[in-house]
Write a protein that binds this ligand. Sequence first.
Ligand SMILES: [Zn+2]
Ligand SMILES: [Zn+2]
Length: 345
Amino acid sequence: MRQVRGVRMDDLEYGTRDKRGNWAPNDPITPAPVFVWPPRPAKFLAWLPHYFLPWNALFFVLGAVMWLFLTPSRETVQTLAWGWIAYLLVRNAALVLIVYGLLELRLYVRRAQGNHFKYNGTFPADKPSDVFLFKSQKIDNIIRSFGTGVPIWTAYEVGMLYAWANGWGPWATFADQPVALVALGLLIPLIHEAHFYVIHRLIHVPVLYKWVHSVHHNSINPSPWSSLSMHPVEHLMYFSDVLIHLVLPSHPLLMLYHLQVTGTGAVVGHIGFDKIEVGKTGFDAHCYAHYLHHKYFEVNYADGLVPFDRLFGTWHDGSKQADEVMKERYRKKKARLNAGTGAQS
Ligand SMILES: [Zn+2]
Ligand SMILES: [Zn+2]
């Protein structure tokens, strides 16, 4: 195995590595103790910091920076004009380049922690594939992210700012409706995941999967650049969760935070490493549930915050038991499909 200078964590204390070099954590993923019965208040309180740290706190800070320093004035966005729209496009592209690019650079280009805590034993660059444009997952992912991902994200943002500036929708101020706005702010990651579950389940319907969602699933071994590598129709559906700010009392700060959770936050599921090592320690990336979705396709349509996967039998926590449940489900599905084909012939 490649020796990594300065790395002090031993990933084999936390998991196992098979003959192919694929690493898996010892502990199954624990779904958030939010929608559980009977309620578990002590567990909920112990889990609560993870709802914010590290990712959602980071996205809130990014959303606040956008709102306070990097968004044109209300007068400017009241009228559609190419100048400020192009500015937002460049600003969002720069943010993606920085956040996704730094993670990619550290973990996949410089390979700073080698394959420590890496779920898939190979790096995408070491395995060129015909399914990608120019046979390169990285080039394909980058073209799709910047070609349609960031422009569609920006288009939603432009529309929402224009609506706010012109008084379309129940926009409020923190002075007028503090409780409603704080409540909405706290619920945004949950709203995002519930919406993602619904559209994600929809684009796994075979015809939509074939024409739309398969583009995202080409990256079976995802890296940060895979996060927004989607068909434009999926981009349109994926970012549509922000439209909720035209229905509920909201504020542009919350709308921009929401776009950070959805846009920048797409990277979380596609890091490919269980822990990101920082010096002698490391922090959980929280990406195993979605990694398993890329590996097994019809599990974990959401990440365990909303209860739908558990309710509908598609939750996979990484354990052997979950593997067996999934295989049994796939066997039954295959038998059903074969029976259907037999009945028609
Ligand atoms: Zn994905
Ligand atoms: Zn999928």
